[in-house]
Design a protein around this ligand. Structure first.
Ligand SMILES: [Zn+2]
Length: 195
């Protein structure tokens, strides 16, 4: 997110819902040459695009940046506006936030989509972007930011994080839907709703 871009992709901080975890050992993932490229996106600002066909399941890139505590991430960004486009935070877990704005790589330019072709996977406290379906050359890479909600969010938070990904299933917001109270639906709820 460079300042010139109008994209609003502020702190991914809220992500209280961590990306899917997988327990397996991690080998360092070198940047794969010729697989992806950063250029302007029609969705917004810059985006990351496939240069060649990327098979489903491919670990495409590691989300790199300065690894800091939540406290430090907050400190860095508390003086910034919600709309600040320079924030690239990715929550790894309760202890670590990756600030892609510092020593980050191209992963920070991957846009959000509500119907993405990639997902973020946390492995051994590192974050990787993996293809969840086969991606054709020229296609933009996306994943669902699943930005969490916070009590301190301004009332217009969904506007600030407005999503225009164009997917039929677009939530209209990069934020994860509000938590619904856990309700025990009657076992025959589905039958009832169909009637
Ligand atoms: Zn969307």
């Amino acid at each position: 997110m460079s300042g010139a871009r109008s994209k609003r992709r502020p702190a991914r901080r809220p992500a209280k819902r961590p990306a899917k975890r997988r327990a397996r050992s991690v080998a360092p993932v070198p940047a794969r040459r010729g697989m992806i490229r950063v250029r302007r996106s029609r969705v917004h600002g810059q985006g990351v695009f496939a240069v060649r066909r990327i098979r489903k399941g491919t670990r495409i890139i590691e989300y790199l940046g300065d690894r800091v505590s939540h406290k430090e991430a907050d400190r860095r960004h508390e003086h910034k506006d919600f709309r600040d486009n320079h924030t690239f935070l990715f929550i790894v877990d309760r202890g670590v936030v990756i600030d892609g704005g510092l020593d980050g790589n191209d992963a920070r330019f991957i846009n959000h989509s509500c119907d993405p072709n990639c997902e973020s996977v946390i492995d051994d406290r590192r974050v990787f972007i993996e293809a969840i379906r086969t991606i054709q050359p020229g296609e933009e890479l996306t994943y669902d930011y699943q930005i969490g909600r916070d009590r301190s969010d301004p009332p217009n938070v969904d506007e600030i994080f407005a999503c225009r990904c164009g997917a039929r299933s677009c939530r209209g917001s990069m934020l994860w839907p509000p938590k619904r109270p856990v309700s025990r639906r009657p076992r025959n709820a589905r039958t009832e709703s169909r009637a």
